[in-house]
Design a protein around this ligand. Structure first.
Ligand SMILES: C[S@@+](CC[C@H](N)C(=O)[O-])C[C@H]1O[C@@H](n2cnc3c(N)ncnc32)[C@H](O)[C@@H]1O
Ligand code: SF4
Length: 379
C-alpha cells in the first residue's frame, strides 16, 4: 500500500535577460517585457487542473525556479502565492524559495518578495571571480553579486542560498578554492556547489571551452569539501551544503521521493496515486508561447512510472543524500518490498560501498564518492 508523502509545488518562470552559454534549462530571452501578468493567471488555471492530485494535502514547500524569477514584479509573486494559498493551501510553516540572478535583481524587489511571503532566496552567483563570470557569459560581476547578498540580508532574509560552480574554463584547483573561500566569507546559511557540466544543445556544447583535467577536478572537489566543512557547512547532498537547520526542505522532499506539482512551461511533477497504487509524472509544454496561448495548447502529459523503474528512481534520489533513505520509506513510497534490492545490496555492503544497517539504504563515504557505480548495480 502506498502512503502519501509530503507535497511540494515547483513553479517555473521561463525568462532570462540573457541566455548563458552553458545552460540547458528551459529559459528564453523574451522580446520585450515578459508577460508575467498573463503568465501568473495561466499558472493558477494550471493548478486548478492538478488540484485533485493533492488528495487533500496542503503545500509544505514552494519553489519558484527558472529561468529568472527575480525578473517578476513582487506584486505578481504575491498574487501567485495568494492563489496557491486559496486553492491548495500552504502549510503554516511553508518554505517558499525564489531564485534570483544578481544581474536581474533590484534591491527593492527583495523587500517586496519577502512581504509577499517568500521565505528563502537562492542567488545564482556562480563565481566571485570576474574573469570566470565573463567566461560563463554572465551579466553580473563579483561586486554585483556581493551587493545582491547584502540586499537579501537587508530585506530580512535569514534563509539565503548561493549557487556556485567549479570546474570552470581555465580554473585550477587553487582558483576553485579561492572562489569558494570568497563565498564562505559572505556568511550565508546554505551553499550549492556544482561542477560545471557541458550539456547538449548549449553554446558550450557547440564550441567547448578548455576545461580543467580530471585530476584537477578531483583535487578541487576534495579541497572544496574540506573548506566548506571548516566553514561550518555540512554536506547533506552531493552538491548541497548547509549550516545546522538550514537544509532546503523543498529539495529534501525530492530526494526523499516526496510528491510535487509542476506548474509552468516545461515543469515536471511527480505524484503518488494511493488508490490505483502507482506513481505518475507530469510534464508541461516547454514553449512559453504555447503555454500562454491556451490550456489546450499547454496540455499536460502524464505518464505512469513503470513498477520496474520505481526502485532505481527511489535510489537515484535517496542515495544523493548523505543520510540516504530508509527501508520503511522505500516500501511506503514505492509500494514494493525492499527484499527486491537484496542481491545488489549484499554485494555493495560486502564491497564497503553501502552501510550494513538493515533498516537503512545509505552509502559509505566511499560509496558516496562513486555514486554512479553504486547506482549502476541496481539498474
Ligand atoms: C535556474 S539557475 C539559478 C537562477 C538564475 N537563473 C541564475 O542563473 O542566476 C540554476 C543553477 O543551476 C546551475 N547550473 C546551470 N547550468 C549548469 C551546468 N551546465 N552545470 C552545472 N551547474 C549548472 C547554476 O549554478 C544555476 O545557478
Ligand atoms: S540566468 Fe540561470 S536559467 Fe537563465 S540562462 Fe543563465 S543559468 Fe540559465
Amino acid at each position: 500500500v502506498l502512503s502519501l508523502p509530503p507535497l511540494g509545488v515547483y513553479v517555473h518562470l521561463p525568462w532570462c535577460e540573457r541566455k548563458c552559454p552553458y545552460c540547458d534549462f528551459n529559459s528564453h530571452e523574451p522580446s520585450g517585457e515578459p508577460p508575467f501578468e498573463a503568465y501568473v493567471e495561466r499558472l493558477l488555471e494550471d493548478l486548478d487542473e492538478d488540484l485533485p492530485w493533492a488528495c487533500g494535502r496542503t503545500a509544505s514547500t514552494v519553489f519558484l525556479g527558472g529561468g529568472t524569477p527575480s525578473l517578476c514584479p513582487p506584486a505578481l509573486i504575491g498574487r501567485l502565492l495568494e492563489g496557491l494559498a486559496a486553492r491548495l493551501g500552504l502549510a503554516a510553516d511553508v518554505e517558499v524559495t525564489l531564485e534570483a540572478n544578481p544581474g536581474s535583481s533590484d534591491a527593492g524587489h527583495f523587500a517586496g518578495y519577502r512581504a509577499a511571503g517568500v521565505t528563502r532566496l537562492s542567488i545564482g552567483v556562480q563565481s566571485f571571480d570576474d574573469a570566470s563570470l565573463r567566461a560563463l557569459g554572465r551579466i553580473h560581476d563579483a561586486d554585483t553579486a556581493r551587493r545582491a547578498v547584502r540586499a537579501a540580508k537587508r530585506a530580512g532574509f535569514g534563509q539565503i542560498n548561493l549557487d556556485l560552480m567549479h570546474g570552470l574554463p581555465g580554473q585550477d584547483a587553487a582558483g576553485a578554492a579561492r572562489d569558494l573561500a570568497a563565498a564562505i566569507v559572505e556568511d550565508v546559511p546554505h551553499l550549492s556547489w556544482y561542477q560545471l557540466t557541458i550539456e547538449q544543445n548549449t553554446v558550450f556544447h557547440r564550441r567547448p571551452p578548455v576545461l580543467p583535467a580530471e585530476d584537477d577536478l578531483a583535487e578541487a572537489q576534495a579541497a572544496g569539501e574540506a573548506l566548506l566543512d571548516e566553514g561550518g557547512y555540512t554536506q547533506y547532498e552531493v552538491s548541497a551544503f548547509a549550516r545546522e537547520g538550514n537544509a532546503c526542505r523543498h529539495n529534501l522532499n525530492y530526494w526523499r521521493f516526496g510528491d510535487y506539482l509542476g506548474l509552468g512551461a516545461g515543469a515536471h511533477g511527480k505524484l503518488t496515486l494511493p488508490e490505483q497504487g502507482g506513481v505518475i509524472r507530469t510534464r508541461r509544454t516547454r514553449s512559453p508561447r504555447d503555454y500562454l496561448r491556451s490550456p489546450a495548447a499547454a496540455r499536460r502529459v502524464t505518464e505512469d512510472v513503470a513498477t520496474a523503474d520505481l526502485p532505481l528512481e527511489y535510489l537515484m534520489n535517496a542515495l544523493r543524500l548523505r543520510e540516504g533513505g530508509t527501508v520503511a520509506a522505500f516500501e511506503a513510497h514505492t509500494g514494493l518490498s525492499a527484499s527486491l534490492l537484496s542481491p545488489a545490496r549484499e554485494l555493495l555492503v560486502a564491497e564497503g560501498l553501502l552501510e550494513s544497517d538493515p533498516r537503512r539504504l545509505c552509502t559509505t563515504p566511499t560509496g558516496f564518492r562513486f555514486l554512479d557505480s553504486v547506482l549502476a548495480r541496481f539498474a
